[in-house]
Structure formats: C-alpha cells, structure tokens
Design a protein. Structure first.
Length: 94
C-alpha cells in the first residue's frame, strides 16, 4: 500500500493502518430496528431487492416503515432509508 488515506462513511482513514471494528461501526452505524410487526423480506420478482411486510396488517411496501401505526401504538424511527434498514427480525429468517 502507498499509505494514501481513504474515506469511509465521512472518516478519513490511512489505508496502511488496519481498520478496527469500532472505526467501521462509527463510520457505518447499524440501522434502527424495525417497528413492531414489520419484517424485511426478499422480493421473489426481483431477487436483488427486499421489501417490508407488516404481519399484523398484511401491508407490503418498498420504503422503510417510518412512523407506522400498528393497532393503537404509533412507532417512529429517524433517518433510516430502505438501504440502511437491513435490521431483520429473527422470525423473518424462519
């Protein structure tokens, strides 16, 4: 390596130095958990994409379920897009 710096998640890191797990998590924090009842599912018609499914209402959507209402409870998350919302419930893997 020539010692040049690289930018990861807005952080400049010397590419000659190993990147720690902490640095990677600071640069790329994990997504917020999905609201209650929501699961991330693979698309059957477009295998490279995923969609969100609400098991309580039967609703399907491409966008992250921000501010979704389940029953009488309102849930809200901040600033998580569909790409960053890969938090998958254990039940959705079954």
């Amino acid at each position: 390596s020539d010692g040049a710096a690289v930018v990861i998640g807005g952080m400049e890191i010397d590419d000659a130095a190993p990147i720690s797990t902490r640095q990677m998590l600071e640069a790329n924090p994990p997504p917020q958990p999905l609201p209650s009842g929501w699961f991330l599912k693979p698309s059957l018609s477009s295998p490279s994409n995923h969609y969100y499914f609400n098991q309580d209402s039967g609703e399907c959507r491409w966008e992250y379920p921000v501010g979704s209402t389940v029953g009488s409870q309102s849930t809200s998350t901040t600033g998580v897009g569909a790409v960053g919302a890969a938090a998958v419930s254990q039940e959705s893997l079954n």
